[in-house]
Design a protein around this ligand. Sequence first.
Ligand code: NAD
Length: 372
Amino acid sequence: MRTPFLLPTVSRRRFLSHLGAVGALAVAPRRLFAAEGTGDRKLGVALVGLGSYSSGQLGPALKLTKLCRLAGVVTGSPEKGRRWAKDYGFPETSIYGYDTMQRMADNPDIDIVYVVTPNALHARDTIAAAKAGKHVICEKPMAVSVAECDAMIAACQAAKVRLSIGYRLHYDPFHEELRRLARTQEFGPFMKMDGGFAFTMGSKVWRAERKWAGGGPLMDLGVYVMQEACMATAATPVAVTALERPKQRPDFFVDVEESLDWTMEFANGAKAACYTSYNDNRNDFRAEAKDGWYQVGPAYSYNGLRAATSRGPVDVAPLKSQQALQIDGFARAILDNQPSLVPGEMGRRDLSIIEAIYASAAAGGKRIEVEA
Ligand code: NAD
């Protein structure tokens, strides 16, 4: 079985109090019995937003999941919804618009709502799903501010539903090996880390607009590198420093960063040097300890990952779909009344790191402490 999410050292008390609120024991027995009482019925998932990630990854993954199936959609295009209903075999009555999500409350076929809209809409859609009494998976980044994360956690807590983040790499075996090494400390603690995730953005989309994305590549790609350093240390950084690189295409990246370097500093003295960009090419992570190292690259892709340690290549069984494992992992947590491996509190932690990174970059690289 997978290991539970390791509690961040700095925000442990707050994290535990959140877990107590939205975690295993706080979930209403009524909902758990409903899920357990489904017999062989798979838990129904409704995708909110039928863009490229839903079409290319999550829909196909829901054909591979053992515990879930696609049972509905939320879309601005009824015609697209009808196509999905036909392709995935759910009734047209399970097609909703963004403004009619509250009607899902009457639909027992839908147990989990998976929010896959632009970042600035995650809070709106997560809160609507919680109000309809559905468990939620929300894509990364969880939202565009810590304040929004708090509102989302509170809404799920009030509705007694569970909230999980689409951090698929926690279910990938190469990354599971990094978490295992962090837990067992076989090489000693990882003290020196280096990683980057970058690609060149060709056409202008919502991802390059602050209004929809909340920021630039840090929100979209950098979050993976941050996650990796937190996995390697099993901790939350205490402070960050960040510097934005000069823009090569300032007309394209008008109100968001194009490229950003930042460091994360941990309580035990460990440091991670991180990089992200929408005008470059990186996909790697390396962690060094006194008695060994781990590295992965490609590190953050859906497939084709490769990892090695100072002992040799990391050998894992081929994986069909990170997303299928991730969605089934959340379903298993609901059915077993266990905490999610990637709960809302983890998404909130990452937004608090992101806010500190942006504050440091705005202050010309000043060291900023990460708020718990
Ligand atoms: P996309 O642009 O392809 O799709 C976004 C969807 O939201 C579209 O169906 C669009 O119609 C809908 N939408 C609703 N209101 C909108 C509005 N006001 N403006 C624009 N679109 C609107 O984006 P995507 O690549 O599918 O990303 C969606 C979310 O999924 C993002 O939060 C992204 O970070 C996340 N994502 C995660 C992964 C991962 O590996 N975990 C990969 C890709 C995307």
